[in-house]
Write a protein that binds this ligand. Structure first.
Ligand SMILES: [Ca+2]
Length: 309
């Protein structure tokens, strides 16, 4: 067990209830080594997402640096989704106030240092809007050579969830997404095509509740998530899918495609234009997840959360 090769990652997040599940999975998975957590505005504002990241780490008893990132999209005004995640972003559980402070260094500089100082290439896992990652790649292009790949939750090869065409993380900062998708780095898009299918059933959620302290905490927050959509056919584990892909890509069906981000459309800004049939005859730049083995995903999710405290 001790010889398992761990994937070193930077987790870029906007917690967020479904982020909390993904963070638990990343922290307790034996093949993932979280080097740094960076926060970005998204589900709620930056002060809250940063505070939530610190609260979670304290709850989990993990000593991992947290760096505050960018408080608004590159070009557009910020919009939050506290209607989905509650006022704090993680309503439903009373966490202790965090003792740890975020780094004094900005997230973008902290990412740069982790990447440039790492003996092995780092995987970046963004599970929020892509503002921090876009700035990193723009300000410090020399980081690219020591980035293994980017595995992100966002986008869709079909319809959206925030607007008819756009998925929230991409919609929140389309200009940043455009920079990241066009950076020339290996990129895996774990989007709505799979994350909307990746639900936990009521039975799964009850199993999680009784597993351990983490399961109990997550269960409390699930009661508040998306107005309790828990009862209506399962809870979508969007961000957790990115972690699942990292350690268990066999759960997913993928296709390499040309993908770009629509930034100009009146109704379609934030759309990931996924050229599945290669109509534009452009070289593929993204591995797009198109399908997921849902029963196997559920089994994996329960197993990984069972490893938590
Ligand atoms: Ca998120």
């Amino acid at each position: 067990m001790t010889n398992l090769k761990k994937t070193p990652i930077i987790l870029d997040t906007d917690p967020g209830i479904d982020d909390a599940v993904a963070i638990a999975a990343a922290l307790f998975h034996e093949r993932i080594d979280v080097k740094l957590m960076t926060t970005v505005a998204g589900n709620v504002g930056l002060d809250k997402t940063t505070n939530n990241a610190l609260k979670l780490l304290q709850f989990f008893g993990k000593d991992i640096p947290v760096a505050r990132g960018v408080s608004k999209p590159l070009v557009r005004p910020a919009e939050d989704s506290s209607h989905i995640h509650g006022e704090s972003g993680m309503d439903g559980y009373e966490f202790d106030a965090p003792v740890q402070d975020p780094l004094t260094q900005h997230a973008v500089e902290a990412m740069r240092d982790v990447i440039l100082n790492s003996p092995v290439p780092i995987t970046i896992v963004p599970i929020g809007p892509l503002t921090n990652v876009a700035l990193l790649l723009t300000l410090y292009p020399d980081c690219a050579s020591n980035i293994e790949r980017i595995v992100l939750m966002g986008g869709s090869a079909s319809r959206g969830n925030h607007t008819p065409n756009a998925e929230y993380n991409i919609y929140a900062d389309p200009e940043a997404a455009k920079i990241v998708f066009n950076a020339g780095l290996p990129l895996v898009m774990v989007g709505l095509d799979v994350t909307s299918q990746a639900t936990l059933t009521t039975e799964n959620v009850e199993t999680i509740r009784d597993m351990n302290k983490t399961g109990n905490m997550l269960y409390s927050m699930f009661q508040h998530y998306r107005g309790g959509s828990l009862k209506a056919g399962g809870l979508k584990m969007h961000d957790l899918c990115a972690i699942a892909y990292l350690v268990n890509p066999a759960l997913f069906e993928t296709q390499d495609c040309f993908v770009d981000i629509e930034t100009a459309g009146l109704y379609t800004a934030g759309t990931t234009v996924v050229d599945i049939r290669n109509r534009l005859a452009k070289p593929s730049n993204v591995t797009v997840c198109l399908d997921i083995d849902v029963p196997a995903f559920r089994e994996w999710a329960l197993e990984v959360l069972r490893n938590a405290i």
